[in-house]
Ligand binder design. Sequence first.
Ligand code: 4AD
Ligand code: MG
Length: 448
Amino acid sequence: MPATNEIMSAPISTIAEIGKHDGQSVTIRGWLYNLRESGKLLFPQFRDGSGVIQGVVPKNAVPPEVFDAIKGLTQESSVIVEGKVRADKRAPGGYELDVSNVQVVQRVPEATPYPITPKEHGVDFLMEHRHLWLRSQRQASILRVRAEIIRAARDFFDSNGFTLTDPPILTPAACEGTSTLFPVDYFEEQAFLTQSGQLYIEATAMALGKVYSFGPTFRAEKSKTRRHLTEFWMVEPEVAYATLDDLMELAEGLLTFLVKKCLEKRRADLLTIGRDLTKLEKIETPFPRITYDEAVSQLQEGHAQGKLENKFEWGGDLGSPDETYLSSLYDRPVMIHRYPAAVKAFYMEPDPQRSELALCVDVLAPEGYGEIIGGSQRMASHDLLLQRIREHNLPEEAFKWYLDLRKFGSVPHSGFGMGIERAVAWICGLEHVRETIPFPRMLHRLYP
Ligand code: 4AD
Ligand code: MG
């Protein structure tokens, strides 16, 4: 199989950069996306990963073997194509290709055609063929937005004095509650896949001041919702001396930056996905900040107006329908702070005004997307932290090092975690997180 361009003499271009070659001949290396025929004209659409371009092949303008080779192409056959770039205002990318030559790298046999056709397929079928589904324009656009969000998140922290520190994936203990741990046999010892890098970056924050981590995290959650994956990527900043208010400022700064970068660099992809950009253009600081108490009143009002099925009682954690409802009330992300400590993790600092509350914040994305960020001020007192670890029946031995951080120069500090997939779902306007990651891992999905 020829790996490089052997018979084409024109310079190689990607489809994304083809505008630089207007009026010239170029070589494109990619796949046949679609083929339309109209009498003596062929309209093959080629894709190369950077974009899609329509080719035009009049029978009388090319050698017969070129015409026949293109006419006989099957969907997703790999091809190297030579042609002249022509600006065309009606073309989606602004250009068309007057094809002059083609080299078929691998022709998909008619007997085993590409399984995903332009007709509608069910989600189960598409998920089963995720390795191929990724080739569709919409899925490729989502992955480009995902990459942009990751790049922007890293840029944001890198340019604001944060140091990237990578926490371990294999851990001896729970961070976010023992019921959602994936156990791993670690040379006869019991280990777990990490649920969050937080505890470890609290240590690096005490060493470096402002740190963040970005990596995969795991939750053995039996939840089958449109927001839950069992493996997801989290970006987590942690800042020494930061308070809850500092943290909320950091969260709104990050989210507005991500949206701005996507609008700036991935506008075409967002349009391919069908995103209503006016909704994203409204994302500006400051974000509304409401207390848990205020959120409870809003939820009870929503129930009284028949907009929520269940009456929310003070003291509970917000469920998906509650978050959906609250976040649909605002056109910016809303920050809900000071939840009851009882429904939150063991490590959160109590509110000095009302010790039954935790100094924590959840950021809910608008349009009903719900929680995309969760964070808190961390407990600074050694003795109280030890008491909480005992109350939560956590293995004290495994937390010895974590308690040390409160023995040697303990300071107030705060951090949060943002799930990349939830951010992608919101920014792209997707129904479900399963399309936000190349190969989603969910309760009933481990293949492909
Ligand atoms: O709210 P969570 O559980 O917070 C933590 O893990 C903290 N230790 C983070 C920290 O303070 N450093 O998770 C943080 C975020 C959520 O807001 C959500 O965006 C995402 O991680 N997340 C999930 N995303 C997809 N699937 C799941 N099952 C998720 N669980 C949490
Ligand atoms: Mg949370």
